[in-house]
Design a binder for this molecule. Structure first.
Ligand code: DGL
Length: 273
């Protein structure tokens, strides 16, 4: 048994879609979340910058004495998995569990991938899909406008700007006949209704939350590191800048109120030592 918290980080609030599933799957675990809201988005940055941010975010979580680190960010998981592998605690990203879930779900093997420009450039999801199902037909599309739309809460089906962006990105993909679509960025589950409206109701959407929470539970079980104190877990939230209306936007991601305080940390100063 290991009662230390699980550390989760993302470039912003998208990783809360993974926390939401962790809370369902592992209700007894404490969670420390860091959202780099001062430096979001990561997905349009260079690999060197994403690597540096990954080191700093992980170092911050390690300073909170976490037993495991989850990079709840498609971009970090795609561009900096080698940094995660070097950490002194078990660490995981979202690519492998999400790609595996999509391969399992897809009847025809025609799979679409949506992600940030850095994620799509890295071809991380595509590589994993081909490892597991070599004959799969894969179509990947970068959607750079989705993250800012989501961070601003523009997720409703009647939001014209969001629907226009979704049509531009997704219509070519729908024309290819994919039956399964990976939401390869942890912000995108909030756009699921809009994405489904464009792709059609039969296309299966696979996001990182559930697959990632299941793998996390499996790893903790294997390592005998589950928190078995039989009380409800607690969450602590840290951000590098307080976005306007943080509580409201975080609530959308988490599907429930953000209890307690959200602390702001100076990530550059704290982790540069
Ligand atoms: N949630 C991050 C991801 O999954 C957001 C991307 C970004 O910061 O650009 O890729």
């Amino acid at each position: 048994m290991d009662n230390r918290p699980i550390g989760v980080f993302d470039s912003g609030l998208g990783g809360l879609t993974v926390v939401r599933q962790l809370l369902r799957k592992l209700p007894g675990e404490d969670i420390v979340y860091f959202g780099d809201t001062g430096r979001v988005p990561y997905g349009t940055r260079s690999p060197e910058t994403i690597e540096k941010y990954t080191r700093q975010d992980s170092r911050f979580l390690l300073s909170r004495d976490v037993k495991m680190i989850i990079a709840a960010c498609g971009t970090v998981s795609s561009v900096a998995p080698h940094i995660l592998r070097e950490l002194p605690v078990p660490a995981m990203g979202v690519v492998d569990p999400t790609a595996d879930a999509a391969v399992k779900a897809s009847p025809s093997g025609r799979i679409g991938i949506l992600g940030t420009p850095a994620t799509i450039r890295s071809a991380s999801f595509e590589r994993r899909i081909r490892e597991v199902r070599p004959e799969a037909e894969v179509h990947a599309v970068a959607c750079p406008l989705f993250v800012p739309l989501v961070e601003n809460g523009w997720i409703e089906l009647d939001n014209e700007a969001t629907v226009a962006a979704a049509r531009r990105y997704l219509e070519p993909l729908a024309a290819k006949g994919v039956d399964t679509l990976i939401l390869g960025c942890t912000h995108y589950p909030l756009l699921a209704p809009v994405i489904s409206a464009v792709m059609g109701p039969d296309v299966i959407l696979v996001d990182s939350g559930e697959a990632c929470a299941a793998l996390c539970a499996e790893r903790l079980e294997q390592d005998d590191a589950l928190n078995r104190t039989k009380r409800a877990g607690m969450c602590h939230f840290y951000v590098s800048d307080l976005p306007d209306d943080f509580t409201h936007v975080a609530r959308m991601f988490l599907g429930r109120d953000v209890d307690g305080d959200t602390e702001r940390v100076d990530i550059e100063t704290l982790t540069d030592a």
